[in-house]
Design a protein around this ligand. Structure first.
Ligand code: NAD
Ligand code: UGA
Length: 481
């Protein structure tokens, strides 16, 4: 039996559900796409008239929303209605690391996936293809199947019990380039058992993705391939960051080393930028999940190998905050340090697991006065991330105390403000505007001796000529020796 899909429901209107469904709606105008979420505030933002208020910033996203919303793309909190009318349901909910109980700190918390599967079991009608879009531990499809099958057998007395197929279709988009990644993916992966269900999903992607880029696998390979892809990518970053530290110690330059090794076609040049450590909602959680699974299957050496990637990243973030303190004569208490960039990478407002959070917390612990700027991250988000516990409005409305040390921080709307009386400025996100700073002009605003720490290699060394700035950049041993 072939399945023709005309109505899709996506559970979860987040960083993946929102952009993914927008692109499907844009490429397949014959399909009605309903994106549902329990978070009403988020749904309201997806429905905002002002497209600058969408809950997610992604280049190209608002143009698609403008074209499709209200035509064949809808955002709502009506789960029941939209589940029951769908031919295909994507589960695109969050799967963070468990914080309590068995596997805490490593295993994925599947409670939102399970809740979604239960809703599908309760409301689906006729034959429904359920697609795992969230990143899930291997064999999660079994959990979903069991929940759906239980619903089937309990409704077996009815004339037309609901029936299901389960597919795995992991998402490989990166934030900041989500729309481009969705429109021109390197590959689309579909794992499953029933060929007809696989081809129903295949035919949706075929509207814009060449068939040779749509890979079919068994369901477990598909689930494992997603975790593996993220683990390999993160491993490259920990590898290059470890070499960056060695470069600083030996007089080598990590950019030159990266270029030299990246020219080897077996290694390739992508994902070799040394930075302040990887952030983002997924790398750490997905590797820890792999570690948990390996241990679960008795593969201790495999678990240790992958755990090392996360440990190196944590060490590397600490290394940067320690280095700043050490360059500023071993103490930053009361010293003003400007922070340029708070998101985990450029072109996104997402701060989840951003290295800026741990580096700022370390510096606050040491008593620093931080002046933070980011073109897309707002004050509220930074408050949440830095565990603000107090507003000190007696001196200045925008001064915030941090609950860990004696440090304080303020939020700057402009780049220029960050340099005022600063002892040091630390670049943590590679926003394009940071590469256009007039260093001669800003250096005059800083307290002497002043330091610039470039953890993202955004600065052009020639632009610093003629200034009295002391300069450090990630992995550059030539500056040190
Ligand atoms: P997110 O937190 O931005 O969005 C998840 C949404 O699901 C939230 O809005 C939440 O309210 C909603 N939700 C949770 N339980 C629900 C329920 N029972 N019913 C309805 N809505 C519910 O998460 P995200 O970043 O979109 O990630 C989703 C999944 O995709 C994760 O498994 C993640 O690992 C994976 N992934 C993320 C990215 C990325 O770039 N963020 C890329 C690839 C894969
Ligand atoms: C990553 C993967 O790239 C996506 O394929 C995947 O779908 C997604 O995770 C996911 O599963 O969530 P994302 O986290 O959005 O995407 O961003 P990346 O571009 O991979 O960057 C992750 C982190 O690594 C950032 O902090 C970035 O600054 C850092 N990075 C990246 C480096 O330090 N150096 C590099 O060369 C590349």
């Amino acid at each position: 039996m072939t399945f023709k899909i005309t109505k899709i429901c996506c559970i979860g209107a987040g960083y993946v559900g929102g952009p993914t469904m927008s692109v499907i709606a844009d490429k397949c105008n014959y399909i009605q796409v309903n994106v549902v979420d329990v978070n009403l505030k988020r749904i309201n933002l997806w429905n905002s008239n002002n497209l600058d208020n969408l809950p997610i910033y992604e280049p190209g996203l608002k143009e698609i929303i403008k074209r499709r919303r209200g035509e064949n793309l809808f955002f709502s909190s009506e789960l029941e209605k939209n589940i029951s009318s769908a031919d295909m349901i994507f589960i695109s909910v969050n799967t963070p690391t468990k914080v309590r109980g068995e596997g805490a700190g490593k295993a994925s918390d599947l409670k939102w996936v399970e809740a979604s599967a239960r809703k599908v079991a309760e409301f689906a009608r006729g034959h429904t293809i359920v697609v795992e879009k969230s990143t899930l531990p291997v064999r999660t499809a079994n959990v979903i199947k069991q929940i759906l099958e239980a619903a089937q057998s309990s409704s077996s007395s009815s004339k037309h019990p609901a029936t299901f197929d389960v597919l795995s279709n992991p998402e490989f988009l990166a934030e900041g380039s989500a729309i481009k990644d969705l429109e021109q993916p390197d590959r689309v992966l579909i794992g499953g058992e029933n060929k007809n269900a696989i081809f129903a999903l295949n035919d949706i992607y075929k509207n814009w993705v060449p068939q040779e880029k749509i890979l079919h696998t068994n369901i477990w390979s598909s689930e494992l391939a997603k975790l593996t892809a993220n683990a390999f990518l993160a491993q490259r970053i920990s590898s290059i960051n470890s070499i960056g530290a060695l470069c600083e110690a030996t007089g080598a330059d990590v950019r030159e080393v990266a270029r030299a090794i990246g020219s080897d076609s077996r290694i390739g040049s992508k994902f070799l930028d040394s930075g302040p450590g990887f952030g983002g909602s997924c790398f750490k959680k997905d590797i820890l999940n792999l570690v948990y699974l390996s241990n679960h299957f008795g593969l201790k050496e495999v678990a240790r190998f992958w755990e090392g990637v996360v440990e190196l990243n944590t060490w590397h973030q600490k290394r940067i905050s320690r280095l700043v303190v050490s360059k500023l004569y071993g103490t930053v208490r009361g010293k003003k340090i400007g922070i340029l960039g708070f998101s985990f990478k450029a072109n996104t407002n997402d701060t989840r697991e951003s290295s800026a959070i741990s580096i700022c917390k370390d510096l606050l612990e040491e008593g620093a006065f931080l002046n933070i700027h980011d073109p897309r991250v707002d004050l509220n988000q930074i408050e949440i991330d830095l565990n603000l516990n107090e507003h000190n409005s007696s001196n200045n409305d925008s001064v915030h105390n941090h609950n860990l040390g004696e440090g304080v921080w303020i939020y700057s709307k402009t780049i220029e403000e960050v340099f005022k009386s600063a002892d040091a400025v630390l670049i943590l996100t590679e926003w394009q505007e940071y590469s256009f700073i007039d260093w001669k002009s800003v250096s005059t605003k800083m307290r002497k001796p002043s330091w610039i720490f470039d953890a993202r290699s955004v600065l052009n060394l020639a632009d610093l000529k003629g200034t009295d700035l002391n300069f450090w950049r990630i992995g550059d041993g030539s500056l040190i020796n």
